[in-house]
Design a protein around this ligand. Structure first.
Ligand code: B12
Length: 370
């Protein structure tokens, strides 16, 4: 049914997707083996649902009986830098996908529109964005003119790395897939060098136990101590491997579907404190901030403040020390400790003799008391 395919493709592009292509729904053993190997290596960390989803990802007919073809869609989320709103305490960085209201909520109605259109053509269809039991990148790699970058991201010469994916499973027969796109990473290793936790494996797969995106979005409870300095400025998600990619730089800022909001790109960190989880959900419910919830965002804000060499978040650390969530108070203890260490190091640099004398005096006093 080439006409149905062409019709749905052109509707998807009209709806605002930047790229659309068709992949065969039948699983590829190489992809599944790679996925299984990744799970076996433990790199999914606490993301247990990825193990549970394996049988469904391996057989898309479990999601749509009779599935043959998948319409794979991509929407650019690369934006120009956003102005920093005035007032408030605005530290840290938010990954670009979160500068706009939740992309799941924005893309789902478009997928529904495509599904209704497919049904009108006598087909069965089912859409997913991100959460579904689908290996989106593997399908995109076969449907689009793109390749799997060294960062693990699906890259394309026209869109770079900042592309959000979505899929529409259909019972159309399997399509003829385009010839595989050549790997255009060449000898470039910028993404590998940019990752502060070496989360990207030589097999181009991610170690979610240390990826800053997983830590700041998905990880519950306190962040591992040894990784906190590497969190650096990242308040939610991380774009380091994508933003250093020459193909992202080449593509430049573009997004047809998503509109960035400076209040999400540079939130006032004080808004994560002194409010109940319910009030936080009321304020941030339709955004990516809802995923880590209030206590996750507050924990991340404290970590960012703890990493700020200018020590601008004193007010924040004071609020955090009284926070009802223990992981936020614990993060505050770490952040105060971090600041104290820097203060000590600065004094040492400024007047080492006085600092050594002061330490010696303290040790002697301590010994005298025993
Ligand atoms: C779990 C998850 C995470 C976890 C785990 C790490 C990871 N990305 O795998 C965490 C939380 C760390 C994460 C982080 C991010 N994620 Co994420 N994530 C997912 C999710 C839900 C599942 C991914 C998964 O199954 N991982 C397991 C590994 C083994 O699978 P994979 O990386 O997809 O690898 C497959 C490919 O390598 C593929 N493959 C095999 N051969 C080939 C050939 C080609 C040419 C290609 C392209 C692929 C390919 O097969 C592998 C399976 O074996 C997907 C959505 C989905 N349903 O697929 C989004 C998804 C992969 N994430 C996405 C994004 C945007 C991000 C972040 C950039 C968010 C951010 N800014 O903070 C970071 C980027 C990290 C990175 N460099 O990959 C996008 C990626 C878009 C793109 N252009 O690649 C997706 C597709 C969501 C979406 N709908 O847009 N993510």
């Amino acid at each position: 049914m080439p006409d149905a395919r062409a019709h749905l493709t052109s509707l998807a592009l009209k709806l605002g997707f930047d790229v659309a292509g068709w992949a065969d729904a039948a699983p590829r053993s190489a992809e599944l083996e790679q996925y299984q190997g990744w799970l076996d290596s433990g790199r999914q960390g606490g993301l247990d649902y990825l193990t549970r989803q394996l049988p469904r990802r391996a057989d898309l007919a479990t999601s749509l009986p009779g599935v043959g073809s998948v319409l794979v869609l991509g929407a650019a989320h690369s934006f120009p830098e956003q102005p920093i709103p005035s007032g408030g305490l605005r530290l840290g960085r938010v990954a670009r996908y979160a500068w706009t209201p939740d992309y799941h909520a924005q893309l789902e109605p478009l997928l529904e529109r495509l599904k209704v259109e497919a049904e009108r053509l006598g087909l069965r269809a089912r859409g997913y964005v991100d959460h579904g039991p689908v290996l989106e990148r593997a399908l995109a790699g076969r449907a689009f003119p793109g390749w799997q970058g060294k960062s693990g991201m699906l890259l394309s010469t026209s869109l770079g790395a900042f592309t959000t994916l979505a899929v529409l499973l259909t019972d159309l027969p399997a399509p003829e897939e385009p010839a595989p796109h050549p790997d255009r990473c060449g000898r470039c290793t910028r993404c590998l060098a940019a990752c502060p936790t070496d989360a990207i494996g030589p097999d181009r797969l991610i170690d979610a136990r240390v990826c800053l995106s997983a830590l700041t979005i998905e990880h519950r409870g306190p962040l591992p101590w040894h990784l906190r300095p590497s969190v650096g400025e990242w308040l939610l998600g991380c774009d380091l491997c994508s933003e250093v990619c020459p193909w992202s730089l080449h593509a430049g800022p573009m997004s047809r579907l998503f509109v960035p909001d400076p209040e999400l790109a540079h939130p006032d960190l004080r808004r994560f404190f002194g409010v109940s989880e319910r009030e936080f959900t009321r304020q941030f419910g339709g955004t990516a901030f809802a995923r880590p919830r209030r206590k996750g965002m507050a924990r991340n804000a404290v970590t960012v403040a703890g990493n700020d060499p200018l020590r601008r978040g004193r007010e924040l650390l004071e609020m955090a020390s009284r926070d009802p969530a223990w992981e936020v108070r614990e993060a505050a203890v770490w952040a105060w400790g971090q600041w104290a260490e820097w203060t000590q190091a600065e004094r040492m640099r400024a007047d080492p003799v006085a600092e050594v004398a002061k330490t010696a005096r303290r040790v002697l006093e301590e010994a005298g008391r025993r």
